[in-house]
Each structure stands twice: as structure tokens, then as C-alpha cells.
Design a protein around this ligand. Structure first.
Ligand code: CA
Ligand code: CA
Length: 106
């Protein structure tokens, strides 16, 4: 093989490798351009906080509301007057003061 052929083959190989490299760059650039659309299409997992609402004594007030009103979350009727804490709050009565005479909202 003479020197001219070696140089010619080297040039052809160089041109082919350049073409492959250029095609690869274009391919990956176009892929990168597509990727944001793929990311937005995929569901985003965000930090979620599970809030469990419980009403231990099932009196119509959640345990959190019982803390606010100062009622017993384990007793349906904290003041023992025959009316559930939730009923008393809903109707404007004091769940900590036995009926009668415990109307707060007139
Ligand atoms: Ca309750
Ligand atoms: Ca009561």
C-alpha cells in the first residue's frame, strides 16, 4: 500500500468519524430538547402530609377541636348533661357547663 492510499483512507475514516460525531451531537441535543416535555408529562411527586382526622368518642368534635374547646376527647358528653359535645357546640351551648343555662350564643 502506498502512502497516497494510506492518506486517502485516513481522510475517509476522519470524515466518517466526524459525520458520526456530528450526527451523535445532533441526536443528543434533540433528545435533550425533548426531555423537558417528557418531564412535565410525568407526574410530579411532591411532599405530601397525611392528616388523619379522628373523633375518638364519636361526639361530632374531632380530637383537635376537643383540644381547642377543652373538652374530653374520650367522652361524648364532657359535662355530663346528656348532650354530646358536638351537639352543644353546633347549637351554641357550652360543652363544659351542664345544661340548663349553658347557652353561649343567643
Ligand atoms: Ca370527639
Ligand atoms: Ca354535654
Amino acid at each position: 500500500m502506498d502512502k497516497k492510499r494510506i492518506i486517502l483512507i485516513s481522510i475517509i475514516i476522519f470524515i466518517l468519524l466526524s459525520a458520526i460525531a456530528t450526527a451523535a451531537v445532533f441526536f443528543f441535543k434533540s433528545r435533550q430538547g425533548d426531555s423537558p416535555a417528557v418531564e412535565t408529562a410525568s407526574p410530579k411527586i411532591e411532599n405530601t402530609k397525611t392528616v388523619v382526622i379522628t373523633d375518638m368518642d364519636n361526639d361530632g368534635l374531632t380530637d383537635e377541636q376537643e383540644k381547642v374547646y377543652g373538652t374530653d376527647p374520650t367522652k361524648q358528653d364532657t359535662d355530663g348533661d346528656g348532650f354530646k359535645d358536638g351537639e352543644e357546640i353546633a347549637n351554641g351551648y357550652d360543652p363544659l357547663k351542664p345544661a340548663p343555662g349553658d347557652k353561649i350564643i343567643k
